[in-house]
Write a protein that binds this ligand. Structure first.
Ligand code: PLP
Length: 363
């Protein structure tokens, strides 16, 4: 009995071949790599929340319908009348549920997305047994609509993911181009609009759900300030959600998340005003970055900013040595050569980042 042969005999070869999802150790760093909201809950709210969590029956399974939380999300977060939501353990789980549900066993099933984009669309597709086809963005990081339409025609994808705004580029794709893509899919494919950054973009396809039976709109509370509770939701035609719900693990949202999310909805104005602060900081940081010689700043509708520098590896190494963590996306795709993705944070952290970044550019 050898553990190595056990692994070779059991674990899929494509799983053996890939590296694990790497998350940098951030202790002691200014953490500008993961699009987290830097503001904690105010003290009095943290105390109230502790009280509510203390009353949760941890010995019981969650109520499987999640009706209360779903109704509150629908009512407070702009889900159209007559539409329900499906909840996920983060939107990561929703992505994987969509792909599991569409991964036909008897024929090739394809996911199409523009690239570079959120890496989980491709990763979960692989795990579900679907083929992923990435359609490169144009050099200016806009959607190549004609190439997307050609890929849809050629591959007949069951799913098309559109991150709106796109991670890691930060831009919103042209709304009319997206509508053309949704229409082109017709009744052969589902268009998933991923609105993880909706609090910072303030633009949404959610109100347009009734126009398209093949549209699913997905969101998460992670970037709004609750990344730790792991909650995502998606909405779409009720008959479609009913099918997607079948692949959901029955108790995927735990009771602590459920209560914390209901508490957050009770106090949503606190999170909304933090998002407003971050939108202002995004504008200020973007202006400051634009003034640095040699730095190209891309427009952002998210809580991060993409910049191009002469040497991203060198800049990143300098920032790391000064305890600032950003995401070096320069090797992710050709159109991102020498690009860094910087999460917008508090005025203090942004200033500390800017000081280190200016020094890196002068070095
Ligand atoms: C961060 C992010 C997610 C993941 O959200 P979770 O709810 O934390 O799993 C999904 N989509 C995009 C585009 C993201 O950037």
């Amino acid at each position: 009995m050898s553990i190595d042969s056990l692994i070779r005999n059991t674990i899929r070869s494509d799983v053996l071949a890939i590296p694990g999802y790497h998350v940098a150790d951030a202790s002691g760093f200014i953490k500008l790599d993961a699009m987290e909201n830097p503001y904690p809950l105010p003290d009095h709210l943290a105390t109230d929340l502790a009280q509510r969590l203390a009353n949760v029956a941890l010995n019981r399974y969650p109520v499987a319908s999640y009706a209360t939380l779903k109704q509150r999300i629908c009512r407070q977060l702009g889900v159209p009348a007559g539409y329900d939501v499906l909840l996920g353990n983060g939107s990561d789980e929703l992505i994987s549920m969509l792909e599991m549900a569409c991964a036909h066993q008897d024929r090739r099933a394809v996911v199409v997305a523009p690239v570079p984009t959120f890496v989980m669309y491709a990763r979960s597709a692989q795990f579900a047994g679907m083929d992923f086809v990435g359609v490169p963005l144009k050099a200016d990081l806009t959607l190549d609509k004609d190439a997307m339409l050609a890929a849809i025609e050629q591959h007949k994808p069951a799913l098309v993911f559109l991150s709106y705004p796109n991670n890691p580029t930060g831009n919103l794709f042209d709304e009319n181009h997206m509508v053309e893509i949704i229409r082109a899919l017709g009744d052969t494919g589902i268009a998933v609009v991923d609105e993880a950054y909706e609090p910072f973009a303030q633009q949404s396809f959610m109100p347009r759900l009734p126009e398209f039976d093949n549209l699913v709109v997905m969101r998460t509370v992670s970037k709004l300030g609750l990344a730790g509770i792991r909650l995502g939701y998606m909405s779409g035609a009720p008959k479609l959600l009913e099918q997607l719900d079948k692949v959901r693990p029955p108790y995927n949202i735990n009771v602590l998340t459920q209560v914390a999310a209901e508490f957050a909805l009770d106090n949503i104005e606190v999170l909304n005003s933090q998002a407003a602060l971050l939108r202002n900081e995004r504008a200020a940081l973007s202006t400051a970055l634009t003034a640095i010689p040699g730095v190209q700043v891309f427009p952002s509708a998210a809580n991060f900013i993409l910049v191009r520098v002469p040497d991203a590896d060198a800049a990143n190494a300098y920032l790391l040595s000064h305890k600032v963590l950003v995401k070096n996306v320069g090797k992710m795709h050709g159109v991102l050569a020498n690009c860094l993705r910087i999460t917008v944070s508090t005025p203090e952290e942004n200033a500390a980042f800017l000081a280190a970044f200016k020094a890196a550019m002068a070095a």
